[in-house]
Design a protein around this ligand. Sequence first.
Ligand code: HEC
Length: 136
Amino acid sequence: MKEKIAVIVVMAAFLATLSHSRVFADDEGGETAYRFDPATQTSRALEYKNTWAGYKLYQSNCKSCHFRGNDKGARFLDTDSRTMRGWNTLFYKKNVQCAKDGSWAKLSPEELMDVNDYLYSKAYDTWDPRSNKSCG
Ligand code: HEC
């Protein structure tokens, strides 16, 4: 009897883990989205690990200036300030004041790519079923 219970407990734990990992694998709505990076000419999977890393880097290295009402002369910036293509162009050309004056220098090329992945995944022309963006 004890053994049977042990087996059931192990099975339940196993199933719980399985269903959990599905949640993470599913975080792009079942299919992994990709971003073609013009600088490196590679295709990047928009997975949780790089978009989450990008989100944190964006919050600490971009939003530190680009928040509403800041005194650094930076315009308010949000993920939907640019289209998917617009974000790619920004990180490819780096032709904005802060990129030129060294404010991006703390971030490595790989980190900038993660920020690009994050912003791309939430850009103006992406569709999020949890938001009302597409309702006009
Ligand atoms: C030290 C402060 C600072 C940091 C950090 C910073 N910026 Fe800027 N950024 C500025 C200023 C100042 C301007 C010029 C004023 C403007 O156009 O907003 C600017 C301009 C821009 C513009 C053009 C403005 C627009 O709305 O078209 C974009 C896009 C931009 N930054 C993105 C970023 C991104 C992405 C990061 C992080 C990788 C970043 N910035 C980090 C200060 C900063």
